[in-house]
Design a protein around this ligand. Structure first.
Ligand SMILES: NC(=O)CC[C@H](N)C(=O)O
Length: 358
């Protein structure tokens, strides 16, 4: 059997079964999702993290590219109770170390007690505990990855749905899930996908009906260029954001964000809409949260479990953001109307911009 060692912050090393070889390090997090492993594994927001699945069997319905959110696997390594052959082979092809036959109940309990932590992984025929500990030694905290956007963003602008007669969206790609772009295209938007460090001139040249900040990995404070864009365009252009996007919008407008102990990752996070009183089930993947929204944003939705902000609206400007993933891949699909609301907000602006007929 291939050796597999996982070194946890503090130096405790656990042993499992090696399913895909290699060494890796990253922030150890867990998802409670019981479906959607292909979507999670290809979600750019997992960059620089080691993903533990708490659901005990991962891979039971195969691996299909049509369910991918991006063209590669993003977590640095994968931990599970049991991985099927399909998933183990896929991770091996991608060069992403994988370990199973772990007691993931213990791993998850450690993360819940201690918070998301650094870890080091070593998997292979000749690896030792020392290899995993060496990886741990080199592991950085998430906030120390100061240019993480460059690892997940497009390098050059890309236009999707060119000529569509719906609204024009400038999507700042901080590591956007593919299904966010698809959700906009399905509503006939023309989507200009811009690099995470796009300049105000880049956005102005698109003349968008909405500036949309995507999801993405790491600390929102490390996305200075996107924060500047929100400050530059708010009031003139409607602004929307998902996940990291919500955090960036808050940072830009005088709010604050903070790191959570172990975050929200799963597909059944309950969210209360404060105006309607309705609760929806949501897909989530985040380790930071908005702490104070500031004077320009109002909290419209909260997490039922811990009251953290899940939706923000602009008080004096056209802004809507969500902390969860309304594109709902792999579901549940309670939240898709977010895209209709964003495009309706964009359409109002587009109508205002058209000069009235004499
Ligand atoms: N999915 C995301 O956009 C994650 C946002 C941010 N990186 C966090 O962990 O909170």
């Amino acid at each position: 059997m291939t050796e597999a060692y996982v070194a946890l912050e503090g130096g405790h090393v656990i042993e499992g079964r090696g399913r895909a070889p290699g060494t890796a390090r990253g922030e150890l997090v867990f998802t409670t999702a019981y479906t959607g492993y292909e979507e999670s594994l290809t979600d750019p927001s997992y960059e620089e993290q080691v993903l533990t699945f708490s659901y005990p069997l991962i891979g039971n319905y195969g691996v299909r590219e049509e369910r991918f959110e991006d063209d590669r696997v993003h977590p640095r390594a994968v931990l599970a109770k049991e991985l099927t052959e399909d998933v183990a082979d896929w991770l091996a092809e991608e060069g992403v170390p994988a370990v199973d036959h772990l007691d993931t109940r213990d791993v998850v309990t450690d993360i819940r007690d201690e918070g998301a932590m650094k870890c080091g992984i070593a998997v292979g025929d000749d690896v030792t505990e020392a290899d995993a500990l060496e990886q741990l030694e080199q592991c950085k905290g998430m906030s120390e990855h100061t240019d993480i956007g460059s690892q997940v963003s497009v390098d050059e602008p890309v236009v999707r749905g060119e000529g569509n007669d719906g609204e024009t969206v400038a999507l700042v790609d901080c590591g956007a899930k593919g299904s966010i772009v698809d959700s906009l295209l399905a509503r006939d938007a023309e989507v200009h996908v811009l690099p995470y460090d796009a300049t105000p001139e880049d956005v102005a040249s698109v003349d968008p009906d909405v500036l949309f900040i995507s999801n993405g990995p790491g600390d929102p404070a490390n996305y200075g260029a996107a924060i500047d864009l929100v400050q530059e365009f708010v009031g003139e252009t409607p602004v929307a954001g998902i996940c990291l996007g919500q955090q960036i919008v808050a940072e830009a407008l005088g709010g604050t964000t903070e790191k959570m102990d172990f975050g929200h990752r799963g597909v059944n996070q309950p969210v209360l809409d404060l105006e309607s009183g309705q609760v929806v089930m949501t897909t989530q993947n985040h380790g930071y949260t908005v702490d104070e929204p500031g004077d320009h944003l109002e909290v419209t939705q909260i997490n039922v479990n811990d009251d953290t902000p899940e939706g923000l609206d602009g008080i004096d400007h056209d802004i809507i953001t969500r902390q969860y993933h309304p594109e709902a891949n792999p579901g549940p699909e309670d939240t898709l109307d977010f895209f209709d609301d964003v495009l309706a907000m964009a359409d109002e602006r587009a109508q205002r911009a058209v000069p009235a007929d004499d």
